[in-house]
Design a protein around this ligand. Structure first.
Ligand code: HEC
Length: 156
């Protein structure tokens, strides 16, 4: 009888020990799962951010390439811009004179008006301080190109 009681007590304590061990194992497993899930979520978030950043950078590069392409793709455009850059010192970049400048802003002026002034400077029929000397340095074809270039620029 004593032996049976002792066996029963042993079985009970074994069961309790098993239950405790199982609970402990469950808690450890749950914690591990939570940590893994958290890490997974973080990695996913990081990947998402990276992909977004990469996409943003790619779009920026593509946009820059698109914007830069017309300026560099055609030698004629480059030639025109170089020709017109001779006028930037006084009339501003692409004819956008500095605010408050006494010099005329050429950007967006009508092509025919610009050409007529340039030809008049060259012929000496429009008196000027400096433009008559400058205009003589350009061929008629170049004056036409300059007039067209500045007429095509956005008005300030
Ligand atoms: C050193 C300064 C200077 C440079 C460089 C210069 N200009 Fe001028 N530009 C003037 C001045 C000053 C006037 C006003 C007329 C004058 O006194 O010569 C003027 C006037 C003009 C006008 C007449 C604008 C109007 O409202 O009637 C045109 C067109 C013009 N310039 C075109 C050009 C072009 C094209 C170039 C480049 C090839 C050029 N200018 C380079 C100083 C300059």
């Amino acid at each position: 009888m004593r032996e049976a009681l002792g066996f029963a007590a042993l079985t009970t304590s074994l069961r309790i020990a098993l239950t405790v061990a199982r609970r402990a194992a469950l808690i450890v497993a749950r914690r591990a799962a939570l940590t893994a899930a958290r890490r997974g979520a973080l990695t996913a978030a990081r990947r998402g951010a990276l992909t977004a950043a990469r996409r943003g950078a790619l779009t920026a590069v593509a946009l820059a390439a698109l914007t830069a392409a017309p300026a560099f793709a055609q030698p004629e455009t480059l030639y025109l811009r170089t020709l017109a850059s001779n006028c930037a010192q006084c009339h501003g970049t692409e004819g956008h004179a500095a605010p408050g400048s006494a010099l005329p802003a050429l950007a967006g002026m009508p092509r025919d008006y610009l050409l007529a002034q340039l030809q008049a400077f060259k012929a000496g029929t429009r008196t000027s301080t400096i433009m008559q000397q400058l205009a003589r340095g350009y061929s008629d074809a170049q004056l036409e190109q300059l007039a067209a270039f500045f007429a095509a620029q956005r008005k300030p």
